[in-house]
Structures are given as structure tokens and as C-alpha cells.
Design a protein around this ligand. Structure first.
Ligand code: HEC
Ligand code: HEC
Length: 390
């Protein structure tokens, strides 16, 4: 079964906060189903998803998200234009490999309940204490537009919500679970801004072993660019916010194994932007494509990514390949390898990243503009790879 839909179905089952199930239903029908599920055993997907949804509606406890962002505990509201008053005890963080979000600037925070710590015994799947809260703020042109919120509930469930900032910047309001695909925002590219649905959050965040994507041994490794702000592994351990981390990972901070700095940056980019769906768990996407890294066995991780990309045939027959009415650039040429050594132009991975046709684009969610730096990086990396022997 298609995992994005399954994620959405599970999400609908779990999310289940009042109205969230309904929102997830719509979101799945719109965003996920339309962009991602296309052409993949839709009947089965829908049946399973409907069953999960019915379960969700009948058994889910009702728990609404706070209506205002300030009520999630991020800050105390102040008059328009006054300096912000962030709550005490927030831990600011920045993942070393960030998700491209159409050029938005971001700030991120984490808050752990007093006296608790993240359990890092499984270096690649940290366990967050119940009551953990995380926020990510998106701004354009210096104006905060959206703040996303993830909470690990006391009941052990993960909840997702997003808030849209009011015009005077004093607080932000809960966005309906179905999202807002074209919210008017003068500062955003094109004057429109897409607020994701809860099903969209779940498609990306619940396809991985852990729903938290940017707080991990790799993302907070001290072996990163010194200009990156916020906490890191060493600091979290010193502040007793991280327990059980293998001391080896402090002595030799985790890094992606790579043949060059360009390759490391490229693999890091793919990990952050693609690995939450394309990972070894493989449940999200029924493809042998692995773009995620593990710190435990960095060398094996690199080998998996290379094996599933370099000269690897496309396994997915995109529905539009058979659709002769589709414009040429929307058709997927399945004779192309995922990555053609030395030849970015013949690499399907680049083609998918360079497209914003909803039937082709990668990632399928969360972006309407291609990432010029990410594409330039892929070009540099792929151009460096030796050509195959004739
Ligand atoms: C296209 C995939 C995608 C979608 C859709 C998405 N996220 Fe994320 N999110 C990520 C990735 C990847 C990160 C970590 C990298 C980064 O922050 O740059 C992240 C980070 C976050 C963080 C910081 C904590 C963490 O996991 O690192 C929060 C909070 C968050 N997202 C909330 C949400 C919510 C709420 C939604 C839906 C309203 C959502 N996200 C939709 C991919 C996604
Ligand atoms: C939200 C989940 C999700 C994210 C994030 C995502 N993908 Fe995908 N990807 C899919 C799904 C689902 C398919 C199969 C359907 C299709 O081909 O469109 C797919 C297919 C592909 C294919 C075609 C594989 C083949 O065998 O033909 C490539 C290449 C690809 N993705 C690359 C990427 C890259 C590169 C990124 C990051 C820049 C990325 N994906 C991010 C879900 C995702």
C-alpha cells in the first residue's frame, strides 16, 4: 500500500483531534491523494484509508489544539512592534541540513518538560519524552507568516498543527486541519502562501521512525558549519537534555560518509529533503530508493544511497508516462537512470527536483518553487561522478 496515503490514514486515525480527522480526510483527498497517490492502487488505498478513518472517528478522544499560537506556550503576546517575549526554557536549534521551503527564513525551538531528557540510546531514532513541544516559524521579507507546531501528547500521540500570523504580528491563529493552499501574503513569492494540511504534516513527519526530523544526532552534530545557530549534541548532553548518547558520537561527531565535500553536502541535502519519505523502512514509498542517512553506520548508509541511485533504473512508472496528452516535460522518461554518473541532465532525480508539475515534482509536498542552490549542488555532485565504462 502506498505509504503517504497510509501515513495519512494512520494520521487520520491518530490525529483524530476534533475536526482533524475530517480535515485529514479532505487533505488526503486533495493534497496527498492528488499529488502523491496518483496511479498507485487507488482503490485499495482508499478502502484502507476509509476504514482507518472510521476507526478514528469512533474511538478517538477529542482533543482540540489551542486556538492561538501563544497558548501553545511559545511566547507571551506583546503590543504590536514591541520586542518579542519568548517563553523561558526554549531550546533554539537549527538542523545542519535544512528543508527547502520556497526560500522562507526559519526559526525553530524545542521545549522538554522540566526534568526530562531525550533518550538517545538508539542513535538514529531518538525517543522524545511525552510533553515535548516543537515549533518552526516561517518568514518572508522579515515578516513571520506561519508557525508550525508538533506536540508529543501525554497520551503518547503526536499532534500537528499550524498557525498563521495576524497582520500586526501579535499572535497567530490555528489553521483549519484541511490547510489553506493559497493564503494571500504580500511578502510571499507570488503573493500566495500554502499553509499545509494536517495530512501533509503527517505524510512527511510520520514516514520515518521518529516524527521529529530536524533534531537528531546527524542534524545537531557539532561537526557542522560553525555559522549554524542553536544547540548541538555536546550542549544538549552538558545540559542533561540528552541521555544515553554513545560517547563515541561525542568524541567523533557524526558525519555523512562521502568522497568529497560536494558529495557530503549533496547527500545531506537528500537526507533532509527526501529521506523522510525515501528511507530504508521503505513503507512510505514502495520503491527501493534510499536517500536517508544513519549515523550508526555512515559508510553503509552512503553505499545504500549510491546503490539505489547510481545508474539505477526507474522502478516507478509514472502515470503520465502513458498519458500522451501530457505535455512532454511532464512525462517521465523511464529509460533514464535515477542518477546518471557524470550526467546531471540525464538523471531522473534532477529532473524530478527541477519540476514543479504536481505529477512529477519532488518533493511532492510543501514547495511550489524549485531550489536553485539544491539543484546546483546536485549538478556539481553528479558531474563529479566518473562516467561508467563504455
Ligand atoms: C515536505 C515535507 C514536510 C511537510 C509537508 C511538513 N514538514 Fe515539518 N519538517 C520537515 C522536515 C524535513 C523538517 C526538518 C528540517 C528543517 O526543519 O529544515 C521539519 C521540521 C519541522 C518542525 C521542527 C521539529 C522537527 O521535526 O525538526 C516542526 C515543528 C514541524 N516541521 C511541523 C510541521 C507541521 C505542523 C506540518 C504541517 C502543518 C509540517 N511540519 C509539514 C518536513 C515537512
Ligand atoms: C512526501 C514524500 C516524498 C518526499 C519528501 C520525496 N519523495 Fe520522491 N517519491 C515519493 C513518491 C510517493 C514517489 C512515487 C510516485 C512518483 O513517482 O511520483 C516518489 C518517487 C521518486 C522518484 C522516482 C523513482 C523511480 O523509481 O522512478 C525519484 C527519483 C524521487 N522520488 C526523488 C526524490 C527526491 C530527490 C526527493 C527530495 C528532493 C524526494 N523524492 C522527496 C514521495 C516523496
Amino acid at each position: 500500500m502506498h505509504r503517504a496515503a497510509q501515513g495519512a490514514a494512520q494520521g487520520a486515525a491518530q490525529g483524530a483531534a476534533q475536526g482533524a480527522a475530517q480535515g485529514a480526510a479532505q487533505g488526503a483527498a486533495q493534497g496527498v491523494a492528488q499529488g502523491v497517490v496518483q496511479g498507485v492502487a487507488q482503490g485499495a488505498v482508499l478502502r484502507r484509508w476509509l476504514a482507518a478513518l472510521l476507526l478514528a472517528i469512533s474511538f478517538a478522544p477529542l482533543q482540540a489544539q489551542p486556538a492561538k499560537l501563544s497558548q501553545t506556550g511559545l511566547f507571551t503576546p506583546v503590543a504590536s512592534g514591541a520586542p518579542e517575549r519568548l517563553a523561558p526554557g526554549l531550546i533554539a536549534f537549527t538542523p545542519q541540513y535544512a528543508l527547502w521551503s520556497d526560500g522562507a527564513a526559519k526559526r525553530r525551538w524545542l521545549k522538554l518538560p522540566p526534568g526530562t531528557a531525550i533518550d538517545a540510546r538508539d542513535a538514529d531514532a531518538w525517543r522524545f519524552p511525552r510533553g515535548t513541544r516543537l515549533w518552526k516559524e516561517f518568514s518572508h521579507g522579515g515578516r513571520a507568516i506561519e508557525t508550525r507546531y508538533v506536540e508529543h501528547g501525554r497520551d503518547g500521540r503526536w499532534r500537528f498543527a499550524t498557525y498563521v500570523w495576524n497582520a500586526d504580528g501579535t499572535d497567530a491563529d490555528l489553521v483549519p486541519a484541511r490547510g489553506e493552499p493559497a493564503w494571500p501574503v504580500a511578502q510571499a513569492p507570488g503573493g500566495r502562501y500554502a499553509l499545509p494540511s494536517v495530512a501533509d504534516c503527517q505524510a512527511c513527519h510520520e514516514s520515518n521512525a521518529v516524527p521529529v526530523l530536524g533534531v537528531s544526532a546527524l542534524q545537531l552534530s557539532p561537526a557542522r558549519d560553525a555559522s549554524i545557530a542553536g544547540t548541538d549534541l555536546a550542549r544538549l548532553v552538558a545540559e542533561r537534555r540528552l541521555r544515553g548518547l554513545d560517547p563515541v558520537l561525542l568524541a567523533a561527531p557524526p558525519r555523512i560518509a562521502a568522497a568529497s565535500e560536494d558529495e557530503r553536502a549533496a547527500l545531506g541535502y537528500l537526507h533532509a529533503n527526501c529521506g523522510h519519505c525515501h528511507n530504508r523502512g521503505g513503507q512510505q514509498v514502495p520503491l527501493p530508493l534510499t536517500l536517508a542517512q544513519r549515523v550508526r553506520d555512515a559508510v553503509a548508509s552512503r553505499a545504500e544511497v549510491l546503490a539505489s541511485t547510481l545508474e539505477a533504473p526507474s522502478r516507478f512508472r509514472a502515470p503520465m508516462a502513458a498519458d500522451r496528452a501530457a505535455p512532454a516535460q511532464a512525462r517521465s522518461d523511464t529509460s533514464e537512470p535515477i542518477v546518471a554518473r557524470g550526467d546531471p541532465a540525464r538523471s531522473l532525480l534532477v529532473r524530478r527536483m527541477a519540476s514543479r508539475d504536481p505529477r512529477l515534482q519532488m518533493p511532492p509536498l510543501g514547495t511550489a518553487l524549485t531550489d536553485p542552490e539544491g539543484l546546483a549542488l546536485m549538478h556539481r555532485w553528479i558531474a563529479q561522478l566518473d562516467h561508467p565504462r563504455p
